[in-house]
Each structure stands twice: as structure tokens, then as C-alpha cells.
Design a binder for this molecule. Structure first.
Ligand code: TGC
Ligand code: FAD
Length: 397
């Protein structure tokens, strides 16, 4: 019989092409050799180094599924493998990466005019220009359809809209050059997407205060977007897409990426726990890995990680064939985030008191995975999306 590999328990590597495996290897090498050594300081000091995205750009990892504009044009599975490699290091770095690649570059590529694509995608692909995605507001998180941010013709600048409102909990906002903001057009009441360039905003019309002292995702920078009659050129509004379909089409790609990423965080938790359990001795010099209760924790977590990778691979393949329903993405986003969080929390117990030290990494994964379960649609919201698809009855309100 074939040998069992605890790092790839169900042989998922057999499902990837040679190109996909090569991309994964490049991403893993970069993440382990150059990203990981900076992580502990970044997490302690809540300090996101924007150079990381520039370095990922140099390796062709940003906006990786996009064809042209200096992007690699790889498969959805390959992009998932990149995301998994990044989140094996830290969910915060994956957040910064996902927002740049899936939410902003993906949004501009899918809905922007040719001029917007030509102007912004090549610089974003190099990581020279950073972006953020403003959907959530202080009073509207799970229910973005009720947003209050408004766009109306600018009272004094012809050819411009004026945007006013506030977005909160926005990854990358304090350091972003470009803002994809969703606002209601006053004349129609319909949600539209606007691309705002920081350098073009008059003083006081765009502010991006950071949200500090987070107890998770500390290696990622988060903030608000405050718009006060901010002038935005008419040509920077996405021309066709209106309603929630706009932001949700971008979210489909990012939620898919999170399903892969959280499996990376879980795999790193498993690997750290295995090492610890093999080395830590209690009772007559036995490694704690010898005890059945510890082995069960590892068996449960390894099983969930293996299933999660297979499900994400399947949805990735369907996505590239145009056969992935958004509900499939809700299913893997919810399941993988939930299982990663539950398992990492249980594995944390294996470290005993040392789990409390940030040197061991496990507590950081647990804190981060709570955030992944919350953003891009909290898990219960995805349960309701699935419930609606199963019963035909919506249960949101
Ligand atoms: P609903 O009636 O369901 O839909 C309204 C319109 O949107 C369309 N639609 C989709 N289109 C494409 N893909 C999807 N996944 C879609 N889901 C819905 C739908 O067809 C409809 O189109 P149309 O043309 O008929 O108008 O709208 P609802 O208001 O009832 O939605 C309810 C609900 C709960 C499902 C939705 O609001 C929801 O998903 N809420 C969660 C909010 C969320 O995910 N926020 C994410 C913010 S961004 C973020 O967190 C980034 S973190 C990044 C990081 O750091 O990694
Ligand atoms: P609420 O909507 O207030 O929900 C609170 C609780 O109530 C949840 O458990 C929810 O499931 C439950 N609930 C709500 N409605 C229902 C219902 N109808 N039925 C059952 N349960 C319900 N947003 C962006 O736009 N861009 C970003 O880049 C971004 N980055 C983020 C980074 C971080 C670190 C964090 C923490 C959040 C980020 N978000 C971002 C915001 C994120 O998407 C929201 O926090 C999330 O959508 C939940 O919204 P909320 O926090 O307002 O919670």
C-alpha cells in the first residue's frame, strides 16, 4: 500500500498540475523564508510592512488569476495554493494579500472600464499601488444593502461625483493609495462602485484613521474610510454593475481564497502541535504525543484540514469551468473557517501554559481565525445563505 503522509493525508497533491505545484513551491519558499521571520515583531507591534506586497508583486503573486496587465493568469487552484502558503504564516498577511488581489484588482478587472484597468492594474500587480475595499459601515455590517454612504453630483466640480459617508473595519485603508468604495447613487438609490485615488482627494475629503489595539489579525493594518464630499471623477464609477451584485461578485473570489487560506493556518497549527507533542515529556519521560487524547486532537484536525483542501480544490476547478455557484463558496468559506477555528482552539490545549506565550504561534492562529470566521460574511450568515438555497425561504429578516 502507499505510504500515509500526514502533511497531505488524502493525497491532494495528486490533483494539482505541475504548474500549480511549482507556483505553490515559489509561494511557500517566499512565505517561509522572507515573510515568517518578520511576523513576530509585526504581530507584537501591529505593524504591517507594505513592502511585503511589493515583494509578492515581484514574484508575480498579486492578482494571480488575472490575464494580462502584468498578472500571471494562473488557475483558481493555483491562486488558492498561494493563499494557503501566505496564511500558513499568518491570516493578517493573507488579508492584506486578498484585499489587494481578489477584492480590489479582481473588482476593477471584472467591472472597471478599460481605462481604469490600464491605469491601475499594472501598478497594483507590482504592489507599488495598494488598494482597499470599503463595504462595511459602522451601522451596517452583515446587511450592507442598508448602507448610508451616498454619491451625488458634485455641487461645484463638473464631471465629478461627491461621496460622503463612513466605512469601518477596512483592511489596508490607512496605507492605501486606491479605494474601491461602494455607495448608493442618490438619484437611483442603487449601490455603485467608485474607485478613489488618495492623491487626487483635496485635504479633509478623505481620512483613513487606523483602528488600533486589535486582539487578532495584528499583522494586518485596519482602519476607517471617512468621506466628506469627496470629489470622484465620473469615469471612476464602475459603468454597468449596480446593486449588491457588484461587491458580492468581488467577495466570491475573496471568500474562495479564505477557504484555502484558513486551511494553511490550520496546517501550520497541526505541524506546530505535532512538533511540540513529540518533544514535550510528561509522566515517566513519555512524549505527550504518546497519549491517546493528544493523538485524537491531531487526528481530528488533520482530517478536517484534508477534507477542507479537497473541497476547496473541487470548487476551484468548477470556478474555472464557470460552474461554481456562490452557495458552494459560502459552504467552503463557512466550513473551513469554522473547522480551522475549532481545531486550532483544541490544539492550543496541547501546549499547556506555553500556549499563552506568543513564541509558540498557536494563540495567534486562534485569535486570527476568529476574524476569518467573522469577515466576508460571518459563518451564521453563510449558514443562512445556504439555508435559503436549500429551502427557498430567506431567513435574514
Ligand atoms: P440578496 O437579495 O441576497 O442579493 C442582492 C443582489 O446581489 C446578488 N448576489 C450575488 N451576486 C454575486 N455573487 C454573490 N455571492 C451574490 N449574492 C447575492 C443577488 O443575485 C442580487 O442581485 P440582483 O441583481 O437581483 O439585485 O441580498 P441581501 O441584502 O438579502 O443579502 C443578504 C446577505 C446576508 C446574503 C448579504 O448581505 C451578505 O452576504 N452579507 C455579508 C456581508 C459581507 O460579506 N461583508 C463583507 C465585507 S468585505 C470584507 O469583509 C473584507 S475582509 C477582507 C480581508 O481582510 O481579507
Ligand atoms: P453584525 O452584522 O453586527 O453581526 C453581529 C452578529 O450578529 C454576527 O454573529 C452575525 O452573524 C449576527 N447576525 C447579524 N444579522 C443576522 C441575521 N439576520 N440572522 C442571524 N444572525 C445575524 N469590511 C469591509 O468592507 N472591508 C474590509 O476590508 C474589511 N476588513 C475587515 C477586517 C477585520 C479585522 C474585521 C474584524 C472586519 C473587516 N471587515 C471588512 C468587516 C466585516 O466584513 C464585518 O465585521 C462582518 O461583515 C460582520 O459585520 P459586523 O461586524 O457589523 O457584525
Amino acid at each position: 500500500p502507499a505510504a500515509f503522509d500526514w502533511k497531505d493525508p488524502l493525497g491532494a497533491n495528486n490533483l494539482f498540475t505541475e504548474d500549480e505545484l511549482a507556483i505553490a513551491e515559489t509561494a511557500e519558499a517566499y512565505c517561509q523564508e522572507r515573510m515568517l521571520p518578520r511576523l513576530l515583531d509585526a504581530y507584537r507591534n501591529e505593524d504591517f510592512d507594505r513592502k511585503i506586497l511589493e515583494e509578492m508583486g515581484e514574484l508575480g503573486l498579486l492578482g494571480a488569476t488575472i490575464q494580462g496587465y502584468g498578472c500571471a493568469g494562473v488557475s483558481s487552484v493555483a491562486s488558492g495554493l498561494i493563499t494557503r502558503a501566505v496564511e500558513r504564516v499568518d491570516s493578517g498577511y493573507r488579508s492584506g494579500y486578498s484585499v489587494q488581489s481578489s477584492l480590489v484588482m479582481g473588482g476593477i478587472e471584472e467591472h472597471g472600464t478599460q481605462e481604469l484597468k490600464d491605469k491601475y492594474l499594472p501598478e497594483m500587480a507590482k504592489g507599488k499601488m495598494l488598494g482597499c475595499f470599503g463595504l462595511t459601515e459602522p451601522n451596517h455590517g452583515s446587511d450592507p444593502g442598508s448602507m448610508e454612504t451616498v454619491a451625488k453630483p458634485h455641487p461645484s466640480k463638473k464631471g465629478y461625483y461627491s461621496l460622503s459617508g463612513a466605512k469601518t473595519w477596512i483592511t489596508n485603508s490607512p496605507i492605501s493609495d486606491l479605494f474601491l468604495v461602494w455607495a448608493k447613487l442618490e438619484s437611483t438609490g442603487k449601490i455603485r462602485g467608485f474607485v478613489i485615488e488618495r492623491s487626487q482627494c483635496p485635504p479633509g475629503t478623505l481620512e483613513t484613521p487606523p483602528i488600533k489595539n486589535k486582539n487578532g489579525l495584528r499583522a494586518s493594518i485596519t482602519g476607517m474610510i471617512q468621506l466628506d464630499e469627496c470629489p470622484v471623477p465620473e469615469e471612476n464609477m464602475f459603468p454597468e454593475v449596480e446593486g449588491l451584485r457588484g461587491p458580492f461578485s468581488c467577495l466570491n473570489n475573496a471568500r474562495y481564497g479564505i477557504a484555502w487560506g484558513t486551511m494553511g493556518a490550520l496546517e501550520d497549527s497541526i505541524s506546530r502541535t505535532r512538533d511540540y507533542a513529540l518533544n514535550r515529556k510528561q509522566f515517566k519521560g513519555n512524549p505527550i504525543a504518546k497519549y491517546q487524547l493528544v493523538q485524537k486532537k491531531l487526528a481530528d484536525a488533520t482530517t478536517d484540514a484534508a477534507y477542507g483542501i479537497l473541497a476547496a480544490t473541487q470548487v476551484g476547478r468548477l470556478k474555472d469551468e464557470g460552474k461554481a455557484a456562490p452557495e458552494m463558496i459560502s459552504m467552503i468559506k463557512r466550513q473551513n473557517c469554522d473547522r480551522a477555528l475549532v481545531n486550532a482552539r483544541i490544539l492550543q490545549e496541547v501546549f499547556g501554559g506555553n500556549a499563552v506565550s506568543d513564541e509558540y504561534g498557536i494563540g495567534r492562529h486562534v485569535a486570527n481565525l476568529f476574524v476569518t470566521q467573522t469577515y466576508e460574511g460571518q459563518s451564521d450568515i453563510h449558514a443562512l445563505i445556504l439555508g435559503r438555497a436549500i429551502t427557498g425561504i430567506q431567513a435574514f429578516c
